[in-house]
Design a protein around this ligand. Sequence first.
Ligand SMILES: NC(=O)C1=CN([C@@H]2O[C@H](COP(=O)(O)OP(=O)(O)OC[C@H]3O[C@@H](n4cnc5c(N)ncnc54)[C@H](OP(=O)(O)O)[C@@H]3O)[C@@H](O)[C@H]2O)C=CC1
Ligand SMILES: O=C(O)[C@@H]1CCC=N1
Length: 267
Amino acid sequence: MNRIAILGAGVMGGSLLSALLRSGHPPADLVLSDRMVLATRTLAEEYAVGVAPATEAAAGASVVVLAVKPQDMSGLLAEIHESIGPETLVISIAAGISTEYLENRLPANTGVVRVMPNTPAQVDEAMSVLSAGRHCTAEHLAQAERLLSAFGQVIILDEKHQDAATAISGSGPAYIFYVTEAMIEAGVLLGLPRSTATEMVVQTLYGAATMIRETGEHPSILREQVSSPGGTSVAALRALEDHKVRAAFLTAIEAAARRSHELSAGE
Ligand SMILES: NC(=O)C1=CN([C@@H]2O[C@H](COP(=O)(O)OP(=O)(O)OC[C@H]3O[C@@H](n4cnc5c(N)ncnc54)[C@H](OP(=O)(O)O)[C@@H]3O)[C@@H](O)[C@H]2O)C=CC1
Ligand SMILES: O=C(O)[C@@H]1CCC=N1
């Protein structure tokens, strides 16, 4: 039995579903469940996968992916408790929800892996950070790693780092999209057509990210290469320093990690 049940068919559940299909999982091995029955049916029809109530989906699965909001997790765990078999691997992608929280609400000795993925899973460029629960075997962890590395990079970390991972890579795409919006807006302010500004910004982000990855250079070296003495870049960077943009990023990412920690307490 290789069935994977995805419980929660929202943004992330849908992203994981499409990523798993692209990576070669047969549609017959995937089943989706969500309390929004109509939306689930639409998604299931689009991808030709099965749809079932959470209890039924979980009962027939070797891997159960929990993709509901942290605030909905305890209700879902109560619902599926009886459906989790001794061999079932439970993978949770919920921000802030610890493996201990999950283990305390699942049958004794259930293998649990906590994962923080991100939406670039939609384009096979996810960053997924995995942490093993107490009863997770080496085979469980390898299984989770295989599943997630099909649509991006995987790092295995001690669970104490999950709030940081959530703040950096889980929420990270939101910060990058925000910076992208701001740069496009600046282009429009300078009189460029929006579509032209968008093309310039997107290619610049893509090129800069590719340079960081391919050169292996520290970003500060790459930034210095752009900053000609007495030139335009250094004038802009001074304005960013004046507006404390670096400090704003530190504060913002600390706030995200704090929020992840609060979610673990059910707040
Ligand atoms: N979005 C992101 O970038 C990332 C999200 N995550 C995590 O993924 C999880 C899902 O987030 P996201 O996809 O954004 O949220 P969404 O709200 O888009 O999706 C969650 C879905 O689960 C449904 N749901 C709630 N309770 C149940 C239940 N008991 N049974 C079945 N379905 C249920 C919700 O229904 P309803 O709409 O009625 O509430 C909703 O459709 C969260 O825990 C989040 O922390 C992790 C990494 C990145
Ligand atoms: O904003 C959130 O809570 C989720 C978790 C990480 C990304 N999105």
